[in-house]
Design a binder for this molecule. Structure first.
Ligand code: SF4
Length: 432
C-alpha cells in the first residue's frame, strides 16, 4: 500500500537536516520510497522549511510554486519553522498538509491519512509543546548531525525561532548516547551536536551540557565530537577546560557575537556584553592557541549607525577570531525588532555585509596561514576535484589531499600547507 515515491527538500540549519534525515529513514522503513532527484514526478514532496530570514521563506515559497507548476499531481507536505508561523497561512491552500514544530513526528500517520480515501483536513499544526523529536542525519555526509536540544527561551528581539520551535527542551542523555552508538555503528567518525541553543541543554535529572559532553566522549569508536554554535554566556570555563583536555571534543568554537556594540546587543536583548564575549575568546586562545573560533554577526540591525557599525568592525578586528558568518538583518514578522524605529535600507545592509565578509576573509587567511606546516588530523570527506579529496582538520581548516578512494572516511595525519586562492590549504599526507 505504501509503495509511493517521495522527495524531501530541506532548508536552513543542521537541525532541519538531521530531522529530514530521520523522517526519510522512518518513511523508508515503512515502505515509502525516497528518490534522491532534485525534482521529478513523485507521489509527494516534503518541504522542511526555514524562517530565519525573509530569503529563506521566499525560497520555500518558490519551491512550492515550482512543484505546483511542473508536478501538479504530486502532493506537498510542508513542515519546519516557516510552516509553524502564522505568516505561512497564505501558502496553506497550495499544500496538501502542514505540520507544526511539535507534531512533525506524526508525519508517518499523517501521510498514510493523506493517501486514504475521503481525506479531509490538511492543516494540523501544533507547536510550542513539550514534545521532543529525536533525530540524527546519516549517510548524507561523512559527519552526522545529532540533535540534542530544540526550541529557545531567549527571545532575542530579531529572532523568530522561539515562535517557530517553541520553548527550550532537550533529549535525555541516555537517548543521545544510544543514537551516538547507532551513528558509530554506521561507520561515522564525527558527530556534530545540533540544536537551537545547545548550551541550554538540560534534563529533568538536572544534567547540563557539560554532563552530556562528559558522557558522550566515553562512546567507543566515536572519534570526533564537534560542538556547533553555543551562546557566549553559556560557554563556561568548565566546558572550555573539557575541550582542552579531551582527545575527542574538537577545538572548534562557533560563538554568536551578532554585534560588537553594547548598545545594539542590548537592543537585541542578547545576554552578554562585548566584554564577556572578548573574555571567552581570549580564554580559549590562552588555553588553545590553535583553536578555531567562528563568530556570527548580524549587520544593519535597526538603529545601527555608522559609528556603531564601526565599533563592531574595530572590535572584531581586535579579536583573534578565525572567521565570521555574516548575515544582513532580516525583518521578521511579529518580532520586537520588526517594530523598532530606524530600519536601514538594503543598500546600507549589503555594503556593511560586504565589508565584514572581506574582514572575515582576511581573518581566515591569517588563521589558515598560522597553521602552515602544522601537523593535524583530517577526516577525509568527499571528492572536490578529479584529483583531490577534501576534509577538515580538528580545528576546522579545510584541506585537500591527492585523490585516493581508499582513504575516504578515514582520519589521516597531515602536514598543513598554505591556503590557495580558493581558501583551501594543500596538505601532505604523513601516512597512507
Ligand atoms: S538565542 Fe536568540 S538568536 Fe538564538 S535561537 Fe534563541 S532567540 Fe534566536
Amino acid at each position: 500500500m505504501r509503495n509511493k515515491t517521495f522527495i524531501i527538500k530541506t532548508f536552513g540549519c543542521k537541525l532541519n537536516f538531521s530531522e529530514s534525515s530521520t523522517i526519510s529513514r522512518l518513511l523508508s522503513e515503512h515502505g515509502y520510497i525516497l528518490l534522491k532527484d532534485n525534482f521529478s514526478s513523485v507521489d509527494f514532496y516534503i518541504i522542511n522549511s526555514c524562517a530565519v530570514t525573509e530569503i529563506a521563506e521566499k525560497k520555500c515559497k518558490q519551491v512550492i510554486r515550482h512543484i505546483k507548476k511542473h508536478y501538479p499531481q504530486s502532493k506537498i507536505i510542508l513542515l519546519g519553522c516557516f510552516s509553524s508561523l502564522d505568516n505561512a497561512f497564505p501558502v496553506a491552500d497550495q499544500v496538501d498538509l502542514m505540520l507544526g514544530s511539535s507534531n512533525k513526528m506524526e508525519i508517518l500517520t499523517e501521510i498514510d491519512n493523506l493517501f486514504a480515501e475521503n481525506y479531509k483536513h490538511k492543516l494540523i499544526r501544533a507547536s510550542d509543546e513539550e514534545a521532543f523529536f529525536s533525530s540524527y542525519s546519516i549517510h548524507e555526509r561523512t559527519r552526522s548531525f545529532l540533535k540534542i536540544q530544540d526550541g529557545c527561551d531567549y527571545f532575542c528581539t530579531y529572532c523568530t525561532v522561539p515562535y517557530a520551535r517553541g520553548k527550550s527542551r532537550s533529549d535525555t542523555i541516555n537517548n543521545i548516547i544510544r543514537y551516538a552508538k547507532e551513528i558509530v555503528a554506521n561507520n561515522v567518525k564525527e558527530i556534530v551536536l545540533s540544536g537551537v541553543n545547545i548550551g541550554d541543554f538540560k534534563t529533568d535529572k538536572g544534567e547540563n551540557f557539560l554532563d552530556l559532553l562528559t558522557e558522550l566522549q566515553k562512546v567507543e569508536h566515536l572519534y570526533r565530537i564537534r560542538i556547533s554554535s553555543i551562546e557566549p554566556n553559556l560557554l563556561t570555563e568548565d566546558i572550555i577546560n573539557l575541550v582542552l583536555n579531551s582527545d575527542k571534543i574538537l577545538p572548534h568554537f562557533h560563538i554568536p557575537l551578532q554585534s560588537g556594540s553594547n548598545e545594539i546587543l542590548s537592543k537585541m536583548k542578547r545576554r552578554y556584553t562585548r566584554e564577556l564575549f572578548a573574555d571567552k575568546v581570549y580564554e580559549i586562545k590562552a588555553k588553545m592557541p590553535y583553536a578555531c573560533i567562528v563568530a556570527d554577526v548580524i549587520v544593519g540591525f535597526p538603529g545601527e549607525t555608522e559609528a556603531l557599525f564601526e565599533e563592531t568592525c574595530q572590535f572584531i578586528s581586535s579579536l583573534p577570531l578565525s572567521m565570521l558568518h555574516v548575515f544582513p538583518y532580516s525583518k521578521r514578522p511579529n518580532t520586537v525588532a520588526a517594530n523598532m524605529d530606524d530600519h536601514l535600507p538594503n543598500t546600507c545592509k549589503n555594503k556593511r555585509t560586504s565589508l565584514l565578509i572581506e574582514l572575515s576573509k582576511q581573518k581566515k587567511y591569517l588563521f589558515y596561514n598560522e597553521n602552515d606546516q602544522q601537523i593535524s588530523k583530517v577526516l577525509i570527506e568527499n571528492k572536490i576535484e578529479n584529483e583531490y579529496l577534501s576534509g577538515f582538520t580538528e580545528n576546522y581548516i579545510r584541506v585537500k589531499v591527492p585523490y585516493d578512494n581508499a582513504i575516504i572516511n578515514e582520519i589521516k595525519t597531515v602536514k598543513i600547507q598554505k591556503a590557495d586562492e580558493n581558501g583551501i590549504c594543500h596538505a601532505e599526507l604523513l601516512e597512507l
